[in-house]
Write a protein that binds this ligand. Structure first.
Ligand SMILES: [Zn+2]
Length: 160
């Protein structure tokens, strides 16, 4: 008796969801929108509980799908270029293929050695959001090389 009742409700629920799919989706969307912060917190708590598991899963997934990561890195790079003005600070060329991120006051090599490319991207995007990205600029590859050569030259002169 109980089993058949359960089956009946299950079927009823399924039919209801099927019939009202759009309404329910909209309802869910609004709910997610209104409870963004709480849901994010809960998701983060779930992640913390099984951190190692998720890290491992993520690692495996990335190893299996390298092109997704490359695509994501490219997208993030474009976002960084956009937030830093999208053109060479010296000659103004707006070609994404040759633009590079320059640390105006140096420290780029150190940062690259300590942080992953994605971490640097994320850091710059955050700084841009806070309008504190003044230590970064874009240079085309040529200007970047010239600046680097001048810097190394100065150091050599200092040493001699
Ligand atoms: Zn340039």
């Amino acid at each position: 008796m109980i089993e058949s009742k359960r089956a009946y409700f299950q079927k009823y629920n399924e039919e209801y969801r099927e019939k009202n799919r759009e309404k329910l989706n909209l309802h869910n969307k609004i709910y997610r929108e209104q409870n963004k912060e709480i849901l994010r917190k809960k998701a983060h708590e779930r992640y913390l509980k099984k951190r190692e598991y998720y890290r491992q899963k993520g690692k495996e997934w990335r190893a299996k799908n390298p092109h997704y990561q490359q695509k994501f890195a490219r997208k993030t790079r474009l976002k960084v270029l956009e937030c830093l003005g999208g053109k060479c600070a010296l000659c103004g060329i707006p070609d994404n293929r040759i633009l590079q991120i320059d640390h105006i006051n140096g420290g780029g090599t150190k940062e690259r050695n300590q942080l992953s490319t994605m971490t640097v991207y994320r850091k710059i995007l955050k700084l841009c959001q806070e309008e504190r990205s003044e230590n970064y600029q874009l240079l085309c590859a040529n200007r970047h090389l010239i600046k680097e050569a001048a810097r190394l030259g100065e150091r050599r002169n200092d040493a001699s």
